[in-house]
Write a protein that binds this ligand. Structure first.
Ligand code: FRU
Length: 491
């Protein structure tokens, strides 16, 4: 019975897949902003997740607020996520929350904007200092072309954020390395948004001396700046050469369209972030510090890059369709499995009910057998045994009587001695077996022998009566008549 239960349970476990259940990981993703570059990063992560069904992402966006981002990270800590991916707004402002997560034992992958110190598990991000140097190189190349000191407007990202600081620093340090005429650099803050960039650039162009070149810290701000140039008095479309950063699809398109002149790659590598997360969670070796390289994107490479992105997007769509199809197939399988489990449970319940009923009836029958049939059986067996004993006793009795028919001592006491029974027992048992008292039985046997002798020998009635111990021939004749219904002389 126990075996059946264990087997039934094991089958159920296998079917529900509980026994081989893979561990599932919940990953908190804390993004500082929700612009096109970050959407690309999220899409890359989601695509990579197709290869890691054990992980699910939970996204939270701080929309440029350090306090909000800290609170969101704290809520991830409270929810005990298995891993945290964080792209900080102003890294040093968000660092305390990142440290809290790390100290709470949650592995932390810092993406894009590095936090100082060592309390994080892995870093994956671009080389912002190098991006700044690339901006400087491009300014220098334009300056060399135009053979004059350029008036440069830098549209910087959010003040205090690592990329804004490092890109600015990289640019200035690279410019300082070259001898000769230095371009004149002025900076405005665009806070990473196209609209902000449009506004600050328009203000600047309306109130300051002529600008030859604009370097924006991202493509969106470069496009915003291009629109500001287009709309500003004394400028017009394409009158200022503009560089962006990121190489997102919009930026590449703007280069192909001639809205801006170039950009710098700034990879988001969401795929690499997920791959690293999976390695950390699986306790496999991983690269702790990954700095992604950057390079200039000009009109020559912008269009093949765009084609590649378009193809990847198409792949993504196809993948998405395949995913949807496999999801619906999965649902069908799940449905089938649920039905199978339900039927199995039903069969199981039915099986146990039937088993219960069987055990119940068995017990009932057993009780009845014990109460009614067994005693009867015992009686019958006893009777049979008694019968056997009686038959044996009867035979011995008959033998003793037959052997002593001519013995005048053949009486109840004699039989008692021979059969080792008391007088009363002899009476009771002889009566049971023969239906007569012992003396009647002995007399009957003597009369039968007498009849035999009269028929088979020449003995007279007197001789026979004497031989069989009758007290007189008259008494013998009387008994004989009683026994056989006629006189011995009439045989
Ligand atoms: C997006 C963004 C990018 C930029 C990066 C720097 O939020 O502003 O445009 O290159 O962040 O961290």
């Amino acid at each position: 019975m126990r075996n059946i239960v264990i087997r039934f349970w094991a089958i159920l476990m296998i079917l529900t897949g509980c026994s081989a259940h893979q561990k599932e990981y919940r990953i908190g993703v804390s993004q500082c902003l929700d612009d096109a570059w970050r959407q690309k990063m999220n899409a890359e992560m989601e695509r990579e997740l197709l290869l890691h069904p054990e992980m699910t992402l939970s996204h939270r966006i701080a929309y440029g607020s350090n306090e909000r981002q800290c609170a969101q990270i704290d809520s991830f800590i409270a929810e005990r996520v298995d891993l945290l991916i964080v792209s900080p707004n102003v890294a040093e402002e968000v660092k305390p929350a990142v440290t809290r997560a790390y100290r709470a034992g949650i592995p932390v992958i810092v993406a894009d904007r590095r936090v100082s110190g060592e309390e994080w598990t892995a870093f994956i991000g671009g080389d912002n200092y190098q991006v700044g140097r690339l901006m400087a190189d491009w300014i220098l190349s334009v300056q060399a072309e135009q053979k004059k000191a350029l008036q440069v407007l830098e549209v910087a990202g959010l003040p205090g954020s690592t990329p804004a600081t490092l890109r600015h620093q990289g640019m200035l340090e690279r410019l300082a390395e070259v001898d000769g005429v230095q371009p004149k650099i002025e900076s405005v803050m665009g806070a990473w948004y196209k609209e902000d960039a449009y506004r600050v650039v328009r203000d600047y162009l309306g109130t300051h001396a002529h600008v030859d070149v604009i370097v924006a810290h991202n493509d969106l701000m470069a496009i915003g700046a291009a629109e500001a140039v287009r709309d500003s008095k004394g400028y017009g479309e394409g009158s200022v050469r503009i560089m962006g950063v990121d190489g997102i699809r919009l930026g590449l398109q703007a280069i192909v369209d001639g809205t801006i002149e170039c950009s710098a790659t700034y990879s988001s590598r969401g795929d690499m972030i997920i791959e690293t997360a999976s390695r950390i969670l699986a306790k496999q070796p991983f690269v702790r510090d990954t700095v992604l390289e950057t390079m200039l994107i000009d009109a020559n490479i912008a269009s093949p890059m765009l084609v590649q992105i378009q193809a990847r997007l198409h792949d993504l769509e196809t993948l998405h369709i395949v995913q949807l199809q496999s999801e619906s197939r999965w649902q069908q399988i799940q449905y089938g499995r649920t039905m199978l489990i339900a039927s199995l449970v039903l069969v199981g319940v039915f099986f146990f009910l039937a088993l219960g009923f069987l055990i119940y009836s068995q017990r009932k029958i057993n009780k009845e057998i014990k109460r009614d049939i067994l005693p009867q059986l015992e009686e019958v067996q006893e009777a049979i045994q008694l019968n056997h004993k009686d038959v044996a006793f009867g035979e011995r009795l008959k033998q003793i009587v037959e052997d002593h028919l001519s013995d005048p001592n053949l009486n109840v006491e004699f039989l008692g001695r021979q059969l080792a029974l008391s007088r009363t027992q002899i009476f009771r048992r002889v009566k049971t077996i023969t239906g007569k008292g012992p003396l009647d039985y002995i007399r009957e046997r003597r009369l039968i022998r007498a009849d035999e002798l009269l028929r088979t020998t020449d003995m007279t009635i007197q001789q026979v009566a004497l031989e069989l111990c009758f007290s007189s021939p008259g008494y013998f004749t009387k008994c004989y008549k009683e026994q056989f219904g006629h006189l011995p002389s009439q045989r």
